[in-house]
Design a protein around this ligand. Structure first.
Ligand code: SOE
Length: 381
């Protein structure tokens, strides 16, 4: 017998599509006690919301998220709107006794994040931040290998996240997708949008980042706005962000994120170098984990490519026969599956608001360090 998890999702953009797709697929591929029930989708435009609901099979539509809070038939509020709205919706939903999932990053800044963490603690309700990119099977495999001691002592961590979609000076500030260029809506530029994924994966695999020294740059300093193309505004977000870091385990690292790397579409990559071996991953080849094992026979030793498209790899036994591929969309299905599995057995597989706040602390420290041009501690130990 399935138990229903009744979901109300707020937002019908890119992430609204990614989450809807995940909810539609998750119970077809994963055997779970809880079933994702797509109850209500909510966004401001009635016609667009109706069209979205028809396409993705949401049962009902709503145009005011506040009306969702009193409904006894809603268990989970899922937030897929710009970062500036996360705090208000999440705190109100938790106060109303709902579980809350939100897109990354957790909030605009650590002050808002703290309010969300406090509201979650007070309500005792389950939360999740959709750090979906942890759920690429090679990243999960890397976690298993590191935890089993495959690398030994870690010396270096390198994380880069490269895209190229904001290079044109004609790209406006505001509106669908391009709200990410508006500091009021996004809080930061690539630090919160891309580096947050890299930092989440890094701390998942290698522990807390305790101090850092960062540099940011805004390449295009003024842009037209989506609403009024004749109006030009100054761009307040970081177009590129990079830093040197020190981890709590004594390893050191470098991170870089940009949306100005021509030709790189979604290159979320890392390399970790340890005493016994190294691991490396690139989300543009989402089924491959590179492994160098120094313990191999010295005559045949070398980097090898592990394909995770096999049934004994993380998440893979739920999908197709070996060799049949997975990609970006499946990371969202895996996040939804982990959330539902947590509800079933009370374990904690998903990053919650407390975890999201740790990434937020590092993001905020990066921006502060870049502004002051000095090393700073993140507050994590
Ligand atoms: C845009 O840069 C973006 O859509 C991010 O906002 C997402 O978090 C990432 O998954 C893909 O790129």
């Amino acid at each position: 017998m399935h138990k229903n998890l009744n979901i109300a999702m707020i937002g019908c953009g890119f992430m609204g599509r990614a989450h809807s797709n995940a909810y539609r697929k998750v119970n077809s591929f994963f055997d779970l006690e809880y079933e994702a029930c797509m109850k209500v989708v909510c966004s401001r435009s009635e016609s667009q919301t109706k069209e979205f609901a028809d396409r993705w099979h949401w049962q009902e539509t709503e145009t005011d998220w506040r009306r969702l809070l009193d409904r006894r038939d809603i268990d989970l509020i899922d937030i897929c709107v710009p970062n500036s709205l996360h705090r208000e919706i999440a705190v109100a939903a938790l106060d109303a006794g709902k579980m809350v999932a939100t897109e990354k990053p957790l909030a605009l800044n650590v002050e808002q994040g703290k309010e969300m963490v406090d509201a979650a603690a007070l309500s005792g309700k389950k939360t999740m931040v959709w750090f979906n990119q942890r759920r690429f099977p090679p990243v999960s495999l890397a976690k298993q290998m590191i935890d089993a001691g495959a690398l030994g002592r870690v010396f270096h961590y390198r994380g880069v996240y490269l895209q190229d979609w904001t290079i044109s000076s004609d790209a406006p500030v505001g509106g669908p997708t391009f709200w990410r260029l508006d500091a009021k809506d996004a809080g930061s530029g690539v630090t919160g949008d891309l580096l947050a994924h890299s930092l989440d994966i890094a701390m998942f695999l290698n522990g807390w980042i305790v101090e850092l020294c960062a540099q940011t740059e805004t390449f295009i300093k003024s842009r037209k706005t989506q609403k009024e193309p004749d109006r030009v505004v100054s761009v307040e977000i970081d177009d590129a962000s990079q830093c040197l870091v020190r981890f709590a385990n004594g390893s050191i690292g470098t991170f870089e994120a940009t949306r100005y790397a021509r030709g790189r579409k979604n290159a979320n990559c890392f390399e970790i170098n340890g005493e016994f071996g190294s691991l490396s991953f690139d989300a543009e080849t989402p089924h491959e984990l590179q492994f160098y094992n120094h313990k191999d026979d010295s005559r045949t030793r070398g980097w090898k490519t592990i394909s995770v498209w096999d049934s004994n790899q993380p998440y893979m036994d739920h999908w197709w026969v070996p060799g049949m591929g997975l990609g970006y969309e499946h990371t969202f299905v895996h996040a939804a599956a982990d959330f539902l599995a947590d509800l079933g057995d009370g374990q904690k597989r998903v990053p919650d608001f407390k975890d999201g706040q740790k990434t937020q602390m590092v993001c905020d420290t990066i921006l502060a360090s870049a502004a002051k041009a000095q090393w700073m501690r993140t507050g994590l130990k």
